[in-house]
Design a binder for this molecule. Structure first.
Ligand code: NAD
Length: 289
């Protein structure tokens, strides 16, 4: 055989050896997860679902007392631990990753869920609004992913990073320039990190929820009232109103987003990375008015 054929054979032998060393995804029951913003709403439902599957969960949220309360509700200290962390603060992020490693011995799965919404029209959006929105969600998820990736790469066991982005990452709506722009940033972080971390067996995927009214602090904190006023419905009926607008005629609840995290991180879904899964009962699939 000539030199180029020899090179080709050696090249593929090395590639195959590399593939054989690639970690196989671990079952959820053996995983250690960090979920940011999991003291309420969607994040709490995700933490609950992961714990129900047998995973150990660290809940990182702004208020340590609320994080600990949610952890206690989910299970004892062998199952869930709550830590206070502002995800826009690099030291706090590192401390919460360290807390996961210290409490449970490692890290396998991270959910970038922490969020808030400054939803204003363009002309009312201040620089401070823009900065805070981007600090919490663009910088925050970057910091969490970076610190988590350090641990995941060092462990050499692969892992999952999931972003809770939004339908707004793709589709425009009026009066929330800062929030929607930052969701688009998160969606691109998914693709960028999928490209960079794939060779370590780390999958990075996103979920785009829409209209999760029940349990959501974002909706209860003013966004719901604003949307209800736009649609001319009572705020308490907003969930049902959204349901009518979906293709499936179903209200989206926090646990439906948690189900998608479960599927994306299931050891059966071995070859899916850089994907965005809508959890919106079909809103993004059609032009609905
Ligand atoms: P939520 O207010 O119930 O949950 C957000 C959590 O993030 C809260 O517990 C809050 O304390 C925490 N948080 C806020 N800023 C933080 C910070 N700097 N550091 C750490 N934690 C922080 O709202 P939710 O509706 O459950 O939203 C969860 C995620 O889902 C958000 O990223 C949101 O943008 C996204 N999302 C929600 C919907 C929806 O319909 N509710 C739709 C699309 C996307």
């Amino acid at each position: 055989i000539d030199e180029s054929e020899k090179f080709r054979i050696e090249y593929w032998a090395l590639e195959e050896a590399k593939l054989a060393r690639m970690p196989k995804p671990k079952p959820l029951a053996t995983r250690i997860a960090l979920v940011t913003g999991a003291a309420s709403g969607i994040g709490k439902a995700i933490a609950q679902r992961l714990a129900a599957e047998g995973a150990c969960v660290v809940i990182a949220d702004l208020d340590p007392a609320k994080a600990q309360e949610a952890a206690a509700e989910i299970g004892g200290p062998d199952v869930a631990v709550g830590v206070g962390a502002d995800v826009s603060d690099a030291d706090a992020v590192k401390a919460s990753i360290d807390a996961a490693v210290l409490a449970f011995g490692g890290l396998d799965l991270v959910v970038n869920n922490a969020g808030m919404s400054i939803s204003k029209p363009l002309l009312e959006t201040t620089e401070a609004d823009w900065d805070r929105q981007h600090d919490v969600m663009a910088k925050g998820s970057f910091l969490v992913s970076r610190e988590a990736a350090r641990v995941l790469i060092e462990q050499g066991l692969g892992g999952d990073i999931v972003y809770i982005a939004s339908k707004n990452a793709i589709f425009a709506g009026p009066n929330n320039i800062a929030y929607s722009a930052v969701k688009a940033d998160q969606a691109h972080q998914v693709r960028l990190l999928a490209a960079e971390l794939g060779e370590h067996g780390i999958k990075v995927n996103g979920i785009n929820p829409d209209g999760v009214v029940q349990g959501s602090g974002i909706f209860a904190g003013g966004w719901g009232a604003k949307r209800a006023a736009v649609y001319g419905v009572e705020e308490k009926d907003l969930g049902k109103f959204y349901a009518q607008r979906t293709l499936l005629k179903r209200e989206v609840l926090p646990e439906h987003v948690a189900n998608a995290v479960f599927v994306l991180c299931s050891p059966d879904l071995t070859h899916t990375t850089g994907l965005h899964v809508p959890v919106d009962a079909g809103v993004a699939a059609a032009f609905l008015r």
